[in-house]
Design a protein around this ligand. Structure first.
Ligand SMILES: Nc1nc2c(ncn2[C@@H]2O[C@H](COP(=O)(O)OP(=O)(O)OP(=O)(O)O)[C@@H](O)[C@H]2O)c(=O)[nH]1
Length: 478
């Protein structure tokens, strides 16, 4: 074979490879949903221009979720970049001695020897898609306002990072906006109760006392609780007495307005998951066994990553071995790193290591899944308090989300009260709303706990998590 022919073949093969690469890249980009808020994905460069910063490993989606920052810190996207080494200085100014090693505190609180700290393992974030190449060069990052985390921050508690899994396939995500509207069909069993019954009675014109009682019963049956029911009926009576309800449409509008008011739409339902200038946001996910904590943590990570955030998961549910596996699978699917402990490892130690890792990696948020606790077991509940205290040695906990199963009704409220005594709750995630005819539990939870329902679980699917919006919720109920 002549040299020309050989060269011709090589050139042809190279051209084919380039063509396949470009085509694959374009197809991959087209598959992704990208309707996210650009401002969150742009970063001010030192030259004053803005450039895209893909913090999600090419995994994007719009956000119907509202994330905000907890505490008094100031969230900035130009804080020190992940894993940035301190500037090499020829003659560094003497630095104050670092604080005592935090792990020791954890170990002593846990009553464990320091050796037990090796119980946690860091699972690397899955390899990212080609877009990862747009990550900014550390050298052009704006100078951080604060010193990077001291290099003395101990890594002893984590095992050496295993090699990243090559070509890990990240999930795609459904658009997050408008998810609550899907609740309408899922809550169809409730619609019969509140919608048909109450509206039927109201639309019938003048109501006698029996009819009012029937309305009350219907609302109580839908788990609204006596207080909320009393308030709703009183307001309805006022509207009817004032002659404001003449048609079925008037009745619907009045009932909707009153129910929405009762849900206190003014409450801040944003999830405090935006980073601080000096560290990640920390979200603790708590609740009793089987309510959906791990699933909710995974779903939330998915939404955050899709919103352009870098996430570390802490599998502090060391009580149930499968929970860490479950969370790890979520992490791999969405591109979030995970720190997990061995079975029966101290949950506080795992949580601490997860936060330490999150700080070292410069992630935006650390989500910590805790073990399901039987609320009657005081020792186990104390352990949860310890998880929070230990994490707070590193950074404040911004959000403590109590996960409640909507299908358990009254019992869920009792659980909630016990949790509220141990850790101050900042929000509620109400799961399994798809499986209950009693959507009215939302009213009681807010009323009795004084904290807003922030998120709702609408099914077992990865995208079946929605922000709670009073209007859309009531619309779905009626
Ligand atoms: N239908 C429905 N099922 C859900 C929802 N959220 C979670 N689940 C299911 O509830 C079951 C328990 O969920 P987990 O996330 O394992 O619960 P957990 O609270 O972490 O449980 P423990 O680890 O035992 O404490 C799983 O089968 C989930 O798929 C939801 O919104 N709707």
């Amino acid at each position: 074979m002549s040299t020309e022919v050989l060269i011709g073949i090589i050139v042809g093969v190279v051209a084919l490879i380039v063509l396949i690469g470009v085509a694959g890249y374009l197809v991959n980009r087209r598959r992704q949903i990208s309707i996210s808020d650009k401002s969150a994905d742009q970063m001010e460069a030192t030259d004053g221009t803005t450039r895209e910063v893909d913090r999600s490993g090419g995994y994007q989606a719009g956000s119907g979720f509202n994330f905000s920052q907890g505490g008094a810190g100031s969230a900035t996207l130009d804080r020190p970049e992940p894993k940035r080494e301190p500037e090499p200085k020829p003659a560094p100014a003497p630095k104050p001695e670092p604080a005592p090693e935090p792990e020791r505190d954890v170990a002593s609180e846990a009553g464990e020897s320091p050796e037990s700290e090796t119980d946690t393992a860091v699972v690397p974030e899955p390899a990212v898609e080609p877009e990862a190449a747009v990550e900014p060069e550390p050298a052009v990052e704006p100078e951080p306002a604060v010193e990077p985390e001291p290099a003395v921050e101990p890594e002893a508690a984590v095992e050496p990072e295993p090699e990243p899994v090559p070509d890990a396939k990240l999930d795609e995500i459904e658009p997050t906006a408008g998810r609550l509207s899907r609740l309408r069909s899922r809550l169809s069993r409730s619609q019969g109760a509140i919608g048909a019954s109450v509206l039927g009675l109201l639309g019938a014109g003048d109501l006698d006392e029996d009819s009012w009682e029937e309305i009350e019963d219907t609302l109580v049956m839908a788990d609204l609780g006596t207080d909320a029911t009393g308030a709703v009926v009183e307001r309805l009576r006022e509207e009817l007495a004032a002659g404001k309800v003449r048609t079925a449409d008037d009745a619907r509008a009045a009932l909707k307005r009153i129910l929405v008011e009762q849900l206190r739409p003014e409450l801040d339902r944003s999830v405090k998951a935006l980073p601080h200038a000096d560290g990640p946001a920390v979200v603790l996910v708590v609740g009793v066994n089987g309510v959906g904590k791990t699933t909710t943590t995974g779903k939330l990570a998915r939404v955050l990553v899709a919103d352009g955030r870098r996430v570390t998961l802490g599998a502090a549910d060391t009580f149930r071995a499968a929970a860490a596996d479950q969370l790890q699978t979520w992490g791999e699917r969405v591109g979030a790193g995970i720190v997990r402990g061995k079975e029966s490892a101290d949950p506080a130690s795992v949580a601490f290591d997860a936060v330490s890792k999150g700080i070292d990696d410069g992630v935006d948020v650390v989500l910590i899944d805790t073990a399901g606790r039987l609320h009657t077991k005081a020792g186990l509940m104390d352990e949860l308090g310890k998880v929070k205290r230990v994490v707070e040695k590193k950074v404040p906990v911004d959000e403590v989300l109590l996960v409640l199963d909507a299908t358990v009704g009254q019992n869920g409220l009792m659980q909630a009260k016990v949790f509220a005594e141990i850790v101050s709750l900042t929000g509620v995630v109400l799961t399994k709303l798809d499986g209950t005819a009693k959507g009215g539990i939302v009213f009681r939870i807010q009323e009795e706990l004084g904290v807003p329902v922030k998120l709702v679980g609408l099914g077992e699917g990865a995208d079946d998590l929605a922000p709670f919006e009073p209007e859309a919720f009531v619309e779905a109920l009626l």
